[in-house]
Design a protein around this ligand. Structure first.
Ligand code: DGP
Ligand code: NA
Ligand code: NA
Length: 213
């Protein structure tokens, strides 16, 4: 019998970390293992570059468009809010969502810019109304190491100095409920370290624990 059968909902599982920390690999490994266990699951990534707003974000990240920090931040925020109803519908219908980045990226990346009117408090406030993660998996990696993994891809934020600031913001943002893992480990080993926590939140969600905000 599927773990999502019954009165409950799907779980919202979020992966966070600096660029090239291995999030995408872990998201794929997790999706595969959830499906093998009979858990209905989808993998999404934010920003979702396929929407109208996501297209603008993509141009900004690829340095084809310039936008000031506030304007682009509002686009990233809008890109999460525009997916809200679909997220809620899927979760309510019993689908577990694995997210490659979410609201925490918004706070960490924009607060790292140290623009006075775009601090962490402001960044948190505009995420209001979005469903809260049941589990945040934070893949912690030294930016010198992520850069050495074949180098950054040349997108807007992929510079070691900036990534160090993002990492500090994540450290300030993390609370004791986050599952913080050392992302310098081999992928399969890392994957093994998150299985128990994932199983727990999937079971709780399936048992009907309400979704947070
Ligand atoms: P990727 O995860 O590789 O698709 O890259 C997306 C980039 O955008 C990555 O550097 C993190 C950054 N990012 C994600 N969300 C936000 C946000 O809300 N605000 C800002 N400023 N950057 C974000
Ligand atoms: Na990136
Ligand atoms: Na990435």
């Amino acid at each position: 019998e599927s773990a999502t059968a019954g009165p409950g909902r799907g779980a919202l599982i979020v992966f966070e970390g600096i660029d090239r920390c291995g999030k995408s690999t872990q998201c794929s490994l997790l999706l595969e293992s959830l499906r093998k266990q009979g858990v209905r699951a989808e993998l999404w990534r934010f920003p979702d570059r396929t929407t109208l707003i996501g297209g603008l974000i993509n141009e900004y990240l690829q340095k084809q468009a310039s936008l000031n920090d506030a304007a682009v931040h509002m686009l990233f925020v809008a890109n999460r809010h525009e997916k809200r109803e679909e997220m809620l519908r899927l979760l309510a219908g019993g689908t577990t969502l694995v997210l490659d980045r979410y609201s925490y990226s918004g706070v960490a990346y924009t607060a790292a810019k140290a623009v006075p009117h775009l601090g962490a408090g402001f960044c948190r406030s505009v995420e209001a109304g979005l469903p809260a993660a049941d589990l945040v998996v934070y893949l912690d990696l030294d930016p010198e190491q992520s850069a050495a993994r074949g180098g950054f891809g040349g997108e807007r934020y992929e510079k070691v100095e900036f990534q160090k600031k993002v990492r500090s913001q994540y450290a300030a943002l993390a609370d004791e409920r986050w599952l913080r893992l050392d992302a310098s480990q081999p992928a399969e080993q890392l994957h093994g370290q998150l299985a128990a926590a994932v199983r727990r939140v999937v079971e709780r969600a399936a048992a009907g624990e309400p979704l947070g905000q």
